[in-house]
Design a binder for this molecule. Structure first.
Ligand SMILES: NC(=O)c1ccc[n+]([C@@H]2O[C@H](COP(=O)([O-])OP(=O)(O)OC[C@H]3O[C@@H](n4cnc5c(N)ncnc54)[C@H](OP(=O)(O)O)[C@@H]3O)[C@@H](O)[C@H]2O)c1
Length: 319
């Protein structure tokens, strides 16, 4: 496969996108952002932005000459839009497509059993597999939880502001989590010439850290010199209650179900032995230094609109 030069990022204005965009702006790739016509997202002036209605016509016209597409878009409609984007990308001669995965291991039947909300992500991978050819391939990046973003915004169960922690099933389940900037760097490296063949039609697992919630409490109490207030969560009860809510149409019930699959026993987000960090030459990251950066506001990167729009991450009991 010839090298990738021109890269499109779709959904570069959300929680993950700005950090990914930042990594590409600082890479040898030429980057273009596609943003919805109605979006009021703001991007750095140096970045080429194309406003599109995501119709097949607009996509084919604007994808001409592009080598890779990265989707960091969110929401179920966004995930479902990807089939149309994939068709247009193939027609335009795009070589590599990276779908909006960026979370749990959606190849795991156990995860899918607990989190049916991942269905549209799986459908996208299945669609990509059906389109594999000499000229077209995909890469799916699986970082577990976002370590920096999830620490700050509650998905890892911690309230950094008020020094509180929701600890699941005793807190000894190891889980993998990756800083958002590392996800961005892994994307740059995955599309770089030396790794392009290795990442072809593959799930690329990442982990900045594989730790337990109890290890996080110990480190945070040491770093802050304070005791953190602990509450206990029973994953079996959450799965029972939230599965029913999800079936009844509350899409937000997906978030505590994702947490149950990660922190609940036995834990389905431990990527030990299958991460690509070393293969992609990603720098080793220091657990305590990262927690210190998060506590002191240096992480997640203050770039773009990282607002954390999942209010009930830190409160599995909320409706
Ligand atoms: N591992 C984790 O801890 C974790 C946490 C959060 C998210 N994620 C994953 O990361 C990925 C990105 O999530 P996110 O939270 O960053 O997404 P997001 O903020 O919900 O959306 C990202 C961008 O997608 C575009 N968008 C939204 N709806 C769209 C639609 N219907 N059609 C086309 N574009 C649309 C918007 O960009 P414009 O306004 O520019 O059009 C939006 O800013 C998802 O796969 C998500 O599941 C993982």
């Amino acid at each position: 496969m010839s090298n990738i030069k021109n890269v499109v990022i779709i959904g570069a204005s959300g929680n993950l996108g700005p950090t990914v965009l930042n990594q590409f702006v600082n890479s040898p790739f030429n980057v273009t952002v596609f943003s919805r016509k109605e979006s009021n997202a703001v991007f750095p002036e140096s970045v080429k932005v194309i406003k599109t209605d995501f119709s097949s016509e607009s996509l084919s016209q604007n994808l001409a000459g592009q080598d890779a597409v990265i989707c960091t878009l969110g929401g179920v409609e966004g995930f479902r839009d990807q089939a149309r984007i994939i068709d247009a990308a193939i027609a335009a001669g795009v070589k590599r497509f990276i779908p909006s995965e960026f979370g749990s291991d959606t190849t795991s039947p156990e995860v899918l059993n607990i989190v049916p909300a991942f269905g549209p992500k799986v459908e996208t991978i299945d669609y990509l597999k059906s389109k594999e050819s000499e000229a077209f391939s995909w890469t799916s990046v699986i970082p577990g939880l976002f370590f920096d973003w999830g620490s700050k915004f509650g998905s890892i169960g911690f309230d950094f502001q008020n020094r509180k922690a929701a600890i699941w099933d005793g807190g000894d389940v190891a889980f993998s989590a990756t800083n958002t900037s590392t996800v961005g760097l892994a994307l740059v490296r995955s599309l770089s010439a030396p790794n392009l063949e290795a990442t072809r039609n593959r799930h690329v697992f990442l982990a900045s850290h594989t730790v337990t919630q109890n290890e996080m409490v110990t480190a945070l109490e040491k770093l802050t010199g304070q005791s953190w207030e602990i509450s206990n969560v029973d994953s079996a009860l959450v799965i029972e209650g939230k599965s029913k809510e999800f079936r009844d149409g509350n899409s937000k019930a997906a978030f505590p179900l994702i947490q149950s699959s990660i922190f609940g026993k036995p834990g389905f987000c431990n990527f030990t032995g299958k991460t690509w960090n070393e293969k992609l030459g990603l720098p080793k990251e220091d657990f305590e230094a990262d927690l210190k950066d998060i506590l002191e506001g240096r992480k997640p990167e203050p770039f773009g609109r990282q607002v954390g729009r999942y209010p009930d991450w830190s409160d599995p009991g909320s409706k």
